[in-house]
Design a protein around this ligand. Structure first.
Ligand code: HEC
Length: 157
């Protein structure tokens, strides 16, 4: 192999490495992404609570469907890519509240996350029916799935 070819190959390999390094999210990116995702899920859960559970705001079936679809889509969007062990410490929009136990109990985390994805998918299904009482019941089941992760893996503020 000529020296020129070897040099060219090394350049290509180095460029590939740089692309990969740039594609990997930083700790700050991951924490920002999950804080944003959870904040937006919380926003949509609050819309559902206000209309379907508390009746503070007049019930609007189309708005309930949109809110439930947004929650289910985020839950199913491979949120695990927002979690790497280095992200137990660091700051996104604010300092992270993730507890280190998360990475020591990945089986339990997997179960909790699986239930969370199921309950949010079910919330989106139930929202399609426009049945306010059924949506209120599934809201409670979903909120409980959120809470089971928070009780174990989110530090209090
Ligand atoms: C698999 C675990 C898990 C599940 C499931 C989960 N959360 Fe969280 N949530 C967290 C963690 C961890 C944080 C802290 C994130 C951080 O600061 O890095 C958090 C933070 C939040 C915050 C605060 C965001 C901020 O930046 O202030 C809200 C609001 C929230 N979650 C709502 C929800 C809602 C609503 C659901 C269910 C629809 C949910 N979460 C499901 C783990 C979870």
């Amino acid at each position: 192999m000529s020296m020129q070819k070897i040099v060219l190959m090394l350049v290509i390999v180095a460029a590939g490495g740089a692309t990969l390094a740039m594609a990997a999210p930083t700790v700050e990116d991951q924490i920002k992404a999950r804080q944003s995702a959870y904040t937006y899920m919380g926003w949509n859960m609050a819309r559902i609570k206000a209309q379907a559970v508390d009746g503070e705001v007049p019930f609007n079936a189309a708005q309930m469907q949109a809110a439930a679809n947004a929650i289910a889509a985020i839950a199913a969007s491979n949120m695990s890519s927002m979690y790497s062990p280095e992200t137990v410490e660091g700051t996104g929009w604010k300092p992270t509240r993730l507890k280190p136990e998360f990475f020591q109990e990945l089986d339990k985390v997997g179960e909790i996350a699986g239930r969370f994805i199921e309950e949010t998918a079910r919330l989106a299904e139930v929202a399609q029916t426009g049945d306010q009482a059924a949506i209120a019941r599934q809201f409670e089941a979903t909120a409980d799935a959120c809470g089971s992760c928070h009780r174990n893996y989110r530090a209090s503020e």
